[in-house]
Write a protein that binds this ligand. Structure first.
Ligand SMILES: Cc1cc2nc3c(=O)[nH]c(=O)nc-3n(C[C@H](O)[C@H](O)[C@H](O)COP(=O)(O)OP(=O)(O)OC[C@H]3O[C@@H](n4cnc5c(N)ncnc54)[C@H](O)[C@@H]3O)c2cc1C
Length: 309
């Protein structure tokens, strides 16, 4: 029996309350607007529902992939084998004095806005960056000379047995684009972020400036996943400058190209496939290494089934 036929039985057996569907196209859930179908796709309603999905995946022998805003993913054209759990409903927000408690699936811009509106400073730098709080923690998202680890206090993660564990801040476990959450695949259910009192008018201005700056830099002009490659201090200049110096702006593979406005932004501007983006990224890295000697590491995560023809 195929997964599609087993679906109603599985949903009942494990008492899954949120959406659970088969063959969901992942292009609907990525900022690149790319990616084939996930075998199973779920939107758990809360942590308990997610725990049941974890149990189901384990018992049915399915891999589980946690999806945030899909803003840093290149999902294969063949899609994702197993179960994708979309964290969007883990979207709590509350303030407790000098902490804000944020759900892992909460949109980071919404988190920043609501926090600022409560008269608390700390998250404005993330306003305008696509993605969820959980994804930002997983990636240790960084912009405007700040990283989310600068304000992180703790996170509650879901263990395989359904229990919840609190992970406190340990500066030794964080680095540029690295967080302790990359060491395993536990879901970040919620986190505590340190904030300070500040007037909303000031914070709002800072957020609007950041959003406008992104708009001017072309971040929202075409489907993309932000920076394609990580920066590296050893390069002496940002990866985008290395790419630009090699004359690669506008380089195209099928429907994907290096944007004309930023060397490190690869866009899906003419109906690309994920394979177009993937081969373009390989070529950009190869040319930059040949011409500069520097080996750039991809920032965009290659996810799903890249083995099937
Ligand atoms: C226009 C644009 C601009 C961008 N600008 C920036 C920028 O300035 N700085 C920057 O750092 N990034 C930037 N990015 C990249 C992206 O926004 C960040 O990497 C973001 O943090 C990804 O979050 P997400 O929720 O979309 O994660 P996803 O892409 O969905 O997932 C990323 C990883 O996090 C894991 N994950 C997601 N949620 C959870 C959870 N709750 N628990 C455990 N693991 C989880 C996933 O399994 C995956 O491994 C940009 C992207 C775009 C499209």
């Amino acid at each position: 029996m195929t997964l599609v036929h087993k679906l109603p039985n599985i949903q009942d057996k494990f008492n899954i309350r949120g959406i659970l569907v088969a063959q969901e196209p992942m292009w609907r859930h990525t900022t690149f607007r790319l990616g084939g179908p996930a075998d199973l796709y779920a939107q758990p309603l809360d942590a308990e529902d997610l725990a049941q999905l974890q149990k189901m995946a384990f018992q049915e022998g399915l891999d589980l992939f946690l999806l945030g805003g899909g803003a840093n993913l290149l999902v294969s054209d063949q899609g994702i084998r197993g179960l994708v759990a979309d964290t969007r409903n883990l979207n709590e927000w509350r303030r407790e004095e000098n902490l804000v408690i944020l759900g892992g699936g909460l949109d980071v811009s919404e988190a920043a806005w609501r926090t600022s509106a409560s008269g608390a400073k700390g998250l404005e730098f993330l306003f305008g960056m696509p993605g969820s709080v959980g994804g930002a923690l997983w990636m240790n998202a960084r912009c405007y000379n700040q990283e989310i680890s600068d304000v992180f206090e703790w996170a509650d993660v879901l263990n395989a047995d359904g229990s919840v564990e609190r992970i406190p801040m340990n500066p030794n476990n964080w680095a540029y684009k690295h967080s302790p959450f990359q060491e395993d695949s536990r879901c970040i259910l919620r986190c505590g972020i340190r904030v300070e009192e500040a007037p909303f008018s000031e914070l709002r201005q800072s957020m609007v400036e950041k959003r406008n700056d992104r708009e001017e830099k072309g971040h929202y002009r075409a489907p993309c996943a932000g920076s394609a490659f990580k920066n590296n201090r050893d390069f002496g200049v940002p990866s985008g400058v290395l790419i630009d110096r090699c004359g690669l702006k506008g380089l195209r593979h099928g429907g994907a190209s290096v944007s004309q406005w930023h060397g490190n932004i690869v866009i899906n501007d003419q109906g690309a496939t994920s394979s177009h983006v993937d081969s373009l990224l390989d070529e950009v890295a190869r040319i930059v290494e040949e011409e500069s000697g520097f080996c750039m590491e991809r920032e965009v995560l290659r996810v799903g089934d890249w083995q099937s023809p």
